[in-house]
Each structure stands twice: as C-alpha cells, then as structure tokens.
Design a protein around this ligand. Structure first.
Ligand code: CP
Length: 304
C-alpha cells in the first residue's frame, strides 16, 4: 500500500482487490457487539475538512475510533484557516501535533496532492473539487462485490451531474479497472469534455441507461460547483434525467440502486427508488466504514 491515497486513476487493480479483501475482514468487526480492536493503537488520525460532509467524515472518524486511534477533527470554517493560514502551513501544524494520517476534503482539485508533497503524514483524499473521491469508489466496489460476487462484467450506469462529480470520475476509473462496463447519462451541459476517456460510454437517454443495467448509480446536481443554470427546471430535470416512478419499471428486477448521498428526493431520485428493496444506499454508508478501516490499517500498519 502506498503512503498516500490520492485517487483511483493511478491505482493497480490488484491493490484495489487487496483493499476490498481487507475491508471484507473489517466488516466482520462492524458486526460484533463490541466494535473495538487495537489495530491503530498509538496512531493519530486527523480529519481536515474545508467542505461540508456527513458520511465521509463520520465514517472515517468511526473507522479510526473502532480501531483505537486517537481522532481529531478540524473544520476549516472554525479554524485558523479563517485567519489566513495556508493549506501547507495547516498540514505542517497537524504533523507537529503528531498526526500520522490526515484525511482532507477540499473544494479545489489537486489540494490533496499538494498537501501530500509537504507533510510527513499519510494523506487520504476525501474529495477534492471535481477531481476524485477515491474512498467513495472503493466502498461502491465493495457494495457491488458483496451483492454480485464480482465486479467483472457488471453493467453499471451512472447518471446525474457527471461533469462536476468527483464520485463519477473515481467510479469510472475504479469500475473500468475492475472489468465492469460503465455507461454514463446526463444532460449535455452536465457531461465533461472527452468523457469517454474516463473509461465509459455515454447512454443515449435515461431508458438506455436503465435497460440491462445491473446497477444504477444516481448523483445529485452539484449546484455549489455550477457557475450558472445548466438545466431549465428541477421538474423537467426529474422527468428527463431522474430515476422516477415511471422509468424505474425499465430496470431488471435484480438490478440495484446506488447513490453516494446526500440524495435530493424528487430531483435525481424518487423516494420509491431510494427506499425500495433494491436500494443499497444505506449499505453503501456502512461499507464506507469498513473500507476506511481497511485503508487506515493498511496505511499505518501495512496490514500487519
Ligand atoms: N458521499 C459523500 O461524500 O457524502 P458526504 O458529503 O456526506 O461526505
């Protein structure tokens, strides 16, 4: 395992497989009555978040606590960042406070890479701008592997705001490396240029994305990253680009519905889809803890 986890793009499939196997072992700990193991004793883990988060931050913090690490969290909004401290100075300060691992979320693409060049601690990218969200892709792989036994050969459709989504980028890289067939679908304005270079094809409409898919993954519209309106109205968006009570009938009965969250009900996904028997959305959240336990263990102890 490398010192930092910055993105999926440059990872080897065997390294991804090793993380998934370790995460499956970690999930057994989550099923125990006493969710406490000594794997990270005497290690210090810091979450450094410049953007809001519920799932990623809490699952990293729970993962570290379940493995007996000391855990601290820094919210940029309530830190000396507000007094003008730079990212690098903040990172060096955390290392001076004995951080072994810094988990960073930041609105700017490349910020995790930058931090990793300037600190002694291991750095985990918890989402940088529109670049990557590698731990989300890893937990999505684990969720698919648990359900289908393998990722190779699965048809996975990702729909929504692909252009501004670091989840879409990391998942396209991860799924294609592991042998899945990835299709994306979005309004033209919400697709990045050269989207096929991510390892996917583009569906011609929502029906095309749904028919024959083993898994359908929705993404919210990232209004915080859009400079101006890129679609006409929310109602129209839901009708043409959302998973709703009509088009859900096109999905195979065994196909699963996924979403990294937070979900926007009635926009990209209906409650029928989000809460139905085929929804794995909350299983994804639980698997996020197992994957992050695996990563913290592999990065600090080399799996020993
Ligand atoms: N999926 C995800 O990154 O959710 P949060 O923004 O709540 O961390």
């Amino acid at each position: 395992m490398q010192k930092h986890l910055l993105g999926i793009k440059d990872m080897q499939s065997q390294d991804i497989e090793h993380i998934l196997q370790t995460a499956s072992e970690m999930k057994k700990i989550l099923k125990q009555n006493v969710k406490k193991v000594p794997h990270l004793q005497n290690k210090s883990v810091v979450t450094l978040f410049y953007e809001n988060s519920t799932r990623t931050r809490l699952s990293f913090e729970n993962a570290a606590k379940f493995m007996s690490a000391s855990v601290s969290s820094v919210s940029a909004a309530a830190s000396s960042v507000q007094k003008g401290e730079s990212l690098i100075d903040t990172g060096k300060t955390l290392c001076a406070l004995m951080a072994d691992i810094i988990i960073i979320r930041h609105p700017d693409s490349g910020s995790a890479h930058l931090l990793s060049k300037h600190v002694d601690a291991g750095v985990i990218n918890a989402g940088d701008g529109i670049n990557e969200h590698p731990t989300q892709a890893l937990l999505d792989l684990l969720t698919l592997k648990e359900r289908f036994g393998t990722i190779k050969g699965l048809n996975v459709s990702i729909y929504g705001d692909i252009r501004h989504s670091r989840v879409a980028r990391s998942n396209c890289f991860a799924l294609s490396k592991m042998g899945a067939n990835v299709k994306v679908f979005a309004p033209y304005t919400l697709l990045p240029e050269s989207v096929e270079s991510l390892g996917c094809t583009v569906a011609k409409d929502m029906d095309d994305a749904l028919i024959g898919a083993n898994a359908v993954m929705g993404l919210r519209i990232q209004l915080e990253r859009q400079k101006s309106g890129l679609f006409p109205s929310v109602n129209e968006y839901n009708r043409c680009y959302g998973l709703n009570s009509d088009n859900i009938k096109l999905m195979d009965k065994d196909a699963v519905i996924m979403h990294p969250g937070p979900i926007n009900r009635g926009v990209e996904i209906s409650s029928l889809a989000a809460d139905g028997d085929n929804s794995l959305i909350l299983e994804q959240v639980t698997n996020g803890v197992a994957v992050r336990m695996a990563l913290l263990f592999l990065m600090t102890r080399g799996g020993k």
